[in-house]
Design a binder for this molecule. Structure first.
Ligand code: URA
Length: 198
């Protein structure tokens, strides 16, 4: 059985190594009509345990950036290029990215977001289909062809990068704030007016 029911992947066994390493398949979370979709690489240990993308330390950084941009996690959709935790958190292999691409493309079709923010090198390269130097290209907006759709894509550093290199923190916060604005979720002042609603 190898199927996607709406936004949930069920029983996929396309990647034998990941079937071994995962505890569960980690689908995207958030509204199925979100204006803003964040795409990470693959679940880590805590995501594999919790069944939700970006709930570990990287998730804390992402949540902080969203708050800083004046939007709530519940307002955005968050997903990964690969839905199963790779062994020892290695990068997903090209074949694994390709195996999972159909699910990501379907998620994009259903959600139809105004903007995709790619969190780090792996999703940036996967969706733009070229080499990306994320630290120099962070904050750049692109029109990409993803499957059948034209999609605006904003390149970002991975939130985990800010844990190892504090100089990436401002870049990350600025990229998320600009993503919220481009997606239509925040005002040009960083969306503080919207935060007041919560
Ligand atoms: N890093 C990712 O790329 N995705 C997650 O879900 C968690 C950490």
């Amino acid at each position: 059985m190898d199927a996607m029911e709406g936004l949930c992947v069920e029983g996929c066994e396309r990647c034998p190594a990941l079937v071994e390493s995962r505890s569960r398949i980690v689908d995207g979370v958030g509204p199925d009509d979100a204006d803003l979709l964040f795409v990470g690489e693959a679940p880590g240990e805590q995501e594999d345990e919790g069944g939700e993308p970006f709930v570990g330390r990287s998730g804390d950084v992402l949540d902080e950036a969203l708050r800083d941009a004046g939007i709530a996690r519940a307002d955005v959709r968050i997903t990964n290029c690969v839905r199963c935790r790779p062994p020892e958190n290695r990068d997903p292999h090209e074949e694994e990215l390709e195996n999972c691409r159909e699910y990501l493309e379907q998620e994009l079709e259903i959600t139809d977001p105004n903007l995709v923010v790619t969190l780090g090198k792996v999703p940036s390269q996967h969706l733009l289909e070229r080499d990306v130097a994320v630290t120099t290209e962070a904050g750049e907006l692109h029109d990409a062809r993803i499957g059948e759709r034209s999609q605006r894509v904003l390149v970002s550093v991975h939130p985990a990068a800010t844990l190892y290199d504090r100089s990436q923190r401002e870049t990350f916060l600025e990229t998320v704030a600009s993503g919220a604005e481009i997606a239509g979720l925040a005002d040009a002042d960083g969306g503080q007016s919207r935060l007041g609603e919560f």
